[in-house]
Design a binder for this molecule. Structure first.
Ligand code: HEM
Ligand SMILES: *[C@@H]1O[C@H](CO)[C@@H](O)[C@H](O)[C@H]1NC(C)=O
Length: 216
């Protein structure tokens, strides 16, 4: 007779336990070295192998729509990182970033199925800053249109569901924002409030218009 608890069953239970507890994200407050009043809600995962996500929004709004600033700090081994504003792969705005040399190439995407997300013109993204060193690349992205979409919105005051994916194989045409790219090797879904990233709106506006210095 088969044992009721198979080694495989124990293993997958362990994996679920690990991915929900030990590998849970931490949400903290990260303030820009460029401006003490510009802080972000930062999500990190233990181990240092996953991207860091930082979100800043203006503090003069109680509901969407509002502009968002997203910082992605990725280990150099990641060839692309995508951030999903509604917490899953499909039916929400996805902000994509990868490096082309020392410059971030960003795009606004939307997936209706679990295949390469197409372009999404109802949100516009702009790279405010990008940098790289021996271990990491960083992209900072302003988005207009990522906080509200058909079927959902981001809350500036309540909990949100976000998600991300990252890949390790080469993007087809790194210089082209509309390029296809290979499937992720890592994904996460997580909940977060944005309180830590509410920036006085005047500071938000001057920050997004600044001439940035690389954050290396
Ligand atoms: C070439 C592009 C992509 C392909 C082919 C793809 C394919 C898939 C597939 C087949 C799944 C189901 C589970 C699995 O097989 O791992 C999945 C899940 C997922 N993908 Fe993607 N994906 C792509 C891009 C992206 C991007 C850019 C993101 C960025 C946010 C993303 C986020 C997720 C997440 C969060 C899940 C798990 C939750 C869910 O299913 O909604 N994917 N993807
Ligand atoms: C490289 O960049 C990352 C991300 O900004 C930073 O955490 C790290 O300290 C930098 N490493 C060096 C050697 O400057």
């Amino acid at each position: 007779m088969r044992a009721s608890t198979s080694p495989l069953g124990v293993l997958s239970a362990l994996v679920v336990l690990l991915s929900t507890s030990v590998l849970a994200q931490t949400i903290t407050r990260y303030c820009s070295p460029e401006s003490a009043t510009v802080c972000f809600a930062e999500a990190t995962w233990p181990g240092g192998t996953r991207p860091i996500f930082r979100i800043a929004i203006p503090d003069n709004v109680q509901s969407a729509p509002f502009e968002t600033i997203l910082q992605i700090v990725a280990p150099i081994s990641l060839t692309w990182v995508g951030f999903a504003w509604g917490g899953g792969m499909v039916n929400n705005p996805i902000t994509m970033a990868w490096m082309n040399g020392n410059t971030a190439v960003v795009s606004s995407r939307w997936a209706t199925a679990r295949t390469v997300p197409g372009m999404y013109n109802q949100a516009t993204v702009k790279a405010l800053m990008s940098s790289r060193n021996a271990t990491h690349w960083t992209a900072e992205i302003l988005c207009t249109g990522c906080s509200r979409w058909t079927g959902g919105e981001v809350s500036p005051v309540n909990n949100n569901q976000f998600a991300w994916g990252s890949g390790r194989a080469a993007v087809a045409q790194p210089s082209n924002p509309q390029s296809s790219f290979p499937k992720h090797t890592d994904v996460r879904m997580y909940g977060a409030m944005l309180q830590n990233g509410r920036v006085p709106s005047a500071a938000f506006n001057s920050y997004k218009a600044r001439v940035p210095v690389p954050m290396i």
